[in-house]
Write a protein that binds this ligand. Structure first.
Ligand SMILES: [Zn+2]
Length: 472
């Protein structure tokens, strides 16, 4: 910027063009970084591992900060210790609101496995260490900073900006959930929005260079089912053809070796197309060759061996995760069970899918018993919205040598429930080197986030929301 000012002659038309645009609010990023770090460390130091959660401690902290700044908020709690906070900055109502979510709970820790105090928010080597540093207190801090800057700079808004610090993302979704499901069920008018931003995306870097910004536009749908094999119990000395364990293991093996048909959607198709444009030739030919009937089998095989993420997004996938059978060495049990973790494509017809599984197993002694569904199915969020374009613009601004790629999360987030309500919802996230993320990312015993990545997330959120919400 300073180079700009030193130029003494700017063409007249350029000056005119500049003055015709509304002045963009300017954040003092140095000050903002120090303040971000303060809030971030403060909330990482609050132990909100779930259960029990105690997310209200973070809500109380946020309340104090928002009170000081005169930002209005509401607190909604189904359980007093597990409160959600909903803050809102009013716009002129020209457009529908945008919702920013960060979840305040974390998964539990095994403290003895940590090299530092998991709730110490220790700064070391350019990182902040601690449970929740990447999942998801980075988004909570970024959402808070967004509200503070919008308010302080008195940014005129065409739409309300709503910030939700939500509880209980890490526990099961459904009627007993005290976070997003409760908010949607009982306080929908307070959080209803056209767009939502939350966790799930990434800024991918390799050897310190940002390659692409992945925006999560859809996710797989967790569906669990049990295989239950039944037979006749008996003495281990007399082998039986109807041994439940034998029937179950044959069924598990058939299911694990079965590949349901590959099916790309708008998001995954665009993901592979765009990824190919920034990949070395050999990788690019894999991404492009996926839809080629001659090449697809070999490429899918390659993914299965070398790239589990890309392998998973191709189809509804099934992983056997728990086996239970038998209780004595010399007793043939009459029942054996296997738990299957099924991750469905967003448009999967599960009734048909279970029927197909049944056909693959082909054994009347084995029954498929689906668990109650958790997060709802919903179509992918669109890639032609004002919000998606604003995210792309934020990428061009912060990482001009990278590109934006929409992606499908193989795990699950609370954006699923919002998509099911018709909200166009996108997952964003901090910058991560792939190797760094594999070791130090979500749920890791050495969870940490680089301070630069945290500030990058704050800026990315700021520019994307400014672009889509500020009056022009
Ligand atoms: Zn999370």
């Amino acid at each position: 910027m300073s180079n700009f000012r030193r130029r003494t002659f700017l063409p007249i038309f350029f000056l005119l063009a500049l003055s015709a645009r509304a002045a963009e609010p300017v954040v003092d990023w140095d000050k903002a970084k120090a303040e971000t770090l303060l809030h971030y460390q403060s909330i990482v130091r609050m132990n909100t591992s779930s259960p029990p959660g105690n997310e209200t401690s973070v809500v109380n902290y946020l309340k104090d900060v928002l009170d000081r700044e005169g930002i209005s908020f509401q607190v909604f709690a189904l359980e007093p210790s597990r409160a959600n906070l909903v803050a809102r900055l009013k716009g002129n109502g020209l457009k529908k609101p945008i919702l920013i979510l960060g979840h305040t709970d974390t998964v539990a820790v095994q403290p003895e496995r940590w090299p530092v105090d998991p709730f110490g928010a220790v700064r070391q080597g350019g990182y902040v260490w601690g449970r929740g540093t990447t999942d998801n207190k980075d988004c909570v801090a970024a959402g808070l900073m967004l509200m503070l800057q919008l308010k302080r700079l008195r940014v005129p808004l065409d739409r309300d900006v709503i910030f939700v610090a939500e509880a209980s993302e890490e526990s099961s979704p459904g009627p007993t959930n005290v976070g997003i499901d409760y908010l949607i069920r009982e306080h929908w008018p307070d959080i209803e929005a056209e767009y939502a931003l939350a966790e799930g995306g990434f800024v991918h870097s390799e050897n310190g260079r940002v390659r692409f910004v992945e925006i999560a536009a859809t996710e797989k749908v967790p569906r669990r089912a049990k295989l239950i094999a039944t037979g006749t119990s008996g003495h281990g000395s007399r082998p039986r053809r109807d041994n439940a364990i034998v029937h179950l293991s044959t069924a598990v093996s058939k299911i694990a070796n079965w590949e349901p048909p590959m099916r790309l959607n708008d998001v995954t198709r665009t993901f592979f197309e765009r990824l190919s444009t920034i990949s070395p030739p050999e990788e690019a030919s894999r991404y492009n060759g996926l839809v080629d009937p001659q090449k697809t089998a070999a490429i899918q095989n390659y993914f299965a061996d070398h790239d589990l993420g890309n392998y998973s997004v191709l189809r509804t996938s099934i992983s056997p995760t728990i086996l239970s059978a038998g209780f004595r060495q010399n007793v043939i049990p009459s029942q054996a069970e296997a738990m299957l973790d099924i991750r469905a494509l967003p448009d999967e017809d599960m009734t048909r899918f279970y029927a197909e599984m049944d056909r693959v197993i082909g054994d009347p002694a084995v029954k498929i018993v689906p668990s109650a569904p958790g997060r709802p199915q919903a179509p992918p969020s669109r890639l032609d919205t004002e919000m998606f374009r604003a995210l792309e613009a934020a990428q061009r601004r912060l990482y001009p040598n990278a590109i934006t790629i929409p992606g499908m999360v193989t795990g699950a987030t609370d954006l699923a429930q919002l998509r099911a309500k018709g909200v166009q919802a996108y997952g964003i996230g901090p910058r991560f080197d792939e190797v760094e993320f594999a070791e130090h990312g979500w749920h890791s015993d050495v969870e940490r986030l680089s301070e630069d990545s945290l500030y990058g997330l704050v800026q990315f959120m700021w520019y994307a929301v400014l672009d889509s919400a500020a009056s022009k």
